[in-house]
Design a protein around this ligand. Structure first.
Ligand SMILES: Cc1cc2nc3c(=O)[nH]c(=O)nc-3n(C[C@H](O)[C@H](O)[C@H](O)COP(=O)(O)OP(=O)(O)OC[C@H]3O[C@@H](n4cnc5c(N)ncnc54)[C@H](O)[C@@H]3O)c2cc1C
Length: 690
């Protein structure tokens, strides 16, 4: 089944040519050279702009190609698969502009669209050296200039494209006391300022990954910023940023998917070629087990990211949940895949110029930033903990927007345009994606009744449903947690994310498998070939005893090998990798060496065997240490989501926890913003981070 977002991404892939061919402008050789020199990939960015990549950062209503986030995700995945430095360096302009798309005026949006179209880099400047994730502690100040504008002073640090960019969305403290209504996003235009007097850019900050990126910062010195630079009105900065982060965190999945695609291909090629003990590595059970597990984890990420990107359009008011789970699970999932494949590659993961030009190591280094910026792993889990109350209630009531979730699952359904007004800081009714889980399992049960080949997937789905019930029970114990989130609550949030990913996988399969069974990836969809191992891997990562069914994996591994052999991306939907024409095609399981790299003994056809059962990933099986009921029932019920009663500016710091439903949320000095409280004007600890 051809899927339009992949077809658009295919246009770019075809234009970019074979990355293994050193003569190609955007080749792996060129990326490695730039990385070695810590040089910004300006020539590659120009090529991408020649194709019009920047048009995907501009909503269609302002003349761009951003019609849907699923397409943007697949387009950025193409870039990230070749080089994360380029994806992060160029894609930053989307992050820089997103506040305007959400909260700006039509005039601001039109002007910004014209700049982006012309290739002007735009930055998002939230972080400060002293405050990291604690956005409400921000010290960059805007003092009223008496004419409606501001004089901005202070330093933003660790800012992508701060030096190269002309425009920056700067989160600025515009009220002396700060607080959730004390910050404004100012779209600062460096072109109207005097460099040296009004501002100066910091030197490049050297990094271990994405070494060519312009990671720097900027210091303002009473820089004049006009009134019309305020995005979303004075005092609306925190709300705007929190909503913008829901979109950017969802889109970060494209970076992780691209990195995982690349790492998996490099490792697979190695196992197809490497001979040990008279056999190829791919024929050894342990190697097969690692590859098959990694392949399943990559598809977990793709399925969740696909549903998340579509949820942006169909259930924006629940994106606070889906985005946090996606930003947590897809980067950490890819980190796990890379770690496992590193062990598989052995010395080849450590050596330059031997296998795939040493590219694996760059993928590893570059990808580490994805789980760190735009809200780190703990910030996203914390954000889920803060929504436990509505999520557990929603689960019990079957609440959440299930019809919106179904529209997200069914990829044949056209996506409505994003309505930014529907973005919400909390999912008040719970998660519709999660609420569909029992229905998806029931649909699979009905289907499996007449199709014994689906029994394995069904068994895994039934187990996932049972675990999901238990996870929601565990959430009860932390419904009232606001400050000092205990480690066990983070673990429940982690488990919640895995269950949500399972719901996304089952929903995607249930609503598409009939149509998807035809076409180039049809064999992956038939008989639950991807569904069973993917659900099994989720059970393994949930720490379920006896998960890791060896029978779930062999067909998936053969699909992985067949896709590589045919020059196709290993993916749920068809996508041809450029350069595939050079690769010999053969029956699934035939080895096909990748061009490039010097580590290339002659391949021989392999005999597909059984993939060994993936074992539990160390550290992933820890049960939450707090059992339901551990947390003493508070004197006051926790503040109901989205119903803070404090007036804006109320953020002075009472030391108590939030009051009852509709009561005043607590404020804690130098803690994070609570998504429940941000708009209402109080400050409680939640990870508000970039
Ligand atoms: C290469 C690079 C590019 C960047 N680009 C940008 C950019 O363009 N714009 C921008 O504004 N910023 C950018 N950043 C900043 C980045 O977003 C921050 O580094 C990030 O938000 C985390 O801040 P921190 O590293 O200072 O960690 P801190 O906030 O100091 O946190 C330290 C540690 O505390 C723990 N922690 C944090 N929050 C919580 C929580 N809620 N619960 C429990 N534990 C917690 C975590 O273990 C965390 O790692 C960039 C950073 C890097 C490295």
């Amino acid at each position: 089944m051809e899927h339009p977002p992949y077809l658009v991404a295919q246009e770019l892939e075809s234009l970019l040519g074979d990355p293994e061919e050193p003569g190609t402008a955007f080749s792996h050789a060129r990326s490695l050279e730039l990385d070695e020199n810590e040089e910004f990939p300006a020539d590659i960015c120009r090529q991408l702009e020649g194709w019009g990549l920047q048009e995907f950062y501009i909503p269609a209503e302002y003349g761009g190609r951003l019609t849907d986030y699923e397409t943007v995700m697949q387009v950025m995945r193409v870039v990230a698969r070749r080089d994360l430095t380029v994806a992060v360096g160029h894609g930053k302009t989307y992050l820089g502009g997103v506040c305007v798309w959400i909260s700006g005026t039509a005039e601001q949006a039109r002007r910004l669209a014209a700049d982006i179209r012309a290739g002007v880099p735009v930055s998002l400047a939230l972080t400060e050296r002293a405050h990291g994730s604690d956005l409400l502690a921000g010290d960059v100040r805007g003092e009223a200039d008496g004419a409606g504008g501001w004089r901005v002073s202070g330093e933003k640090w660790l800012i992508n494209n701060a030096t190269r960019g002309s425009l920056l969305s700067v989160l600025t403290r515009t009220a002396e006391d700060g607080g959730p209504r004390g910050f404004t996003v100012l779209l600062v235009d460096k072109r109207g300022l005097a460099e040296g007097d009004d501002y100066h850019c910091l030197d490049k900050i050297r990094t271990h990954g994405i070494r060519g990126a312009d990671i720097s910062g900027i210091t303002f010195d009473a820089a004049p910023v006009p009134a019309d630079a305020a995005v979303g009105g004075e005092g609306g900065g925190v709300e705007t940023v929190l909503k913008a982060l829901q979109l950017t965190r969802t889109m970060c999945a494209s970076l992780s998917l691209g990195a995982a695609d690349h790492a998996l291909a490099i490792a697979l090629d190695f196992t197809e070629r490497r001979e040990l003990f008279g056999r190829r590595l791919i024929d050894l059970p342990q190697a097969r087990h690692v590859l098959a597990s990694a392949a399943a984890d990559v598809l977990v990420g793709e399925a969740l990211a696909t549903v998340a990107a579509r949820t942006v359009h169909t259930v924006p008011d629940e994106l606070s949940v889906v985005a946090a789970a996606t930003k947590y699970l897809v980067p950490t999932g890819t980190e796990g895949v890379i770690a496992d494949l590193t062990r598989l590659l052995g010395a080849r993961a450590f050596l330059k110029d031997v296998h795939a030009r040493g590219m694996f190591q760059k993928v590893d280094r570059d990808h580490r930033i994805v789980g760190l910026f735009d809200g780190n792993t703990l910030v996203n889990l914390n954000s889920l903990v803060n929504q436990f109350r509505s999520l557990s209630r929603g689960w019990l009531r079957g609440g959440g927007d299930t019809s919106g979730a179904v529209r997200a699952f069914d990829v044949a359904q056209p996506l409505p345009p994003l309505d930014p007004a529907r973005l919400s800081l909390v999912a008040r009714r719970g998660s519709g994606v999660m609420a569909t889980l029992p229905m998806s399992v029931a649909a699979l049960r009905a289907e499996a009744a007449g199709r014994p080949e689906l029994k394995g997937a069904l068994g895994a789905a039934e187990r996932l449903l049972a675990v999901t019930g238990r996870v929601h029970e565990s959430m009860d114990a932390y419904r009232t947690v606001v400050t000092d989130v205990p480690p066990a609550a983070f673990d429940v949030a982690r488990r919640y994310s895995l269950c949500l990913a399972g719901a996304a996988c089952l929903g995607l399969w249930a609503h598409n498998h009939r149509a998807a069974e035809s076409g180039r990836t049809g064999a992956l969809w038939r008989d639950g070939v991807w569904l069973w191992p993917v659900l099994d891997r989720l059970l393994v990562r949930l720490g379920e005893p006896d998960a890791g069914d060896p029978d779930a994996y062999p067909p998936l591994l053969e699909r992985l090998r067949a896709a590589r052999n045919a020059g196709e991306l290993f993916s749920l939907f068809p996508f041809s990798l450029h350069g595939s024409a050079d690769r010999p095609t053969g029956a699934p399981g035939d080895a096909a060496p990748q061009a490039g790299g010097s580590d290339s003994p002659a391949p021989r056809p392999g005999a597909p065997g059984g993939a060994a059962a993936p074992s539990r990933t160390p550290g992933e099986a820890a049960a939450p240490s707090g059992t339901p009921g551990d947390a003493a029932e508070p004197t006051h019920a926790p503040g109901e989501v989205g119903a803070p009663s404090s007036a804006p500016g109320d953020a002075a710091a009472p030391s108590h926890a939030p009051g009852g439903d509709g009561g005043s949320p607590a404020a804690v000095p130098h803690a994070h913003t609570d998504t429940r409280a941000a708009v209402g004007g109080a400050r409680t600890p939640e990870g508000t981070s970039c």
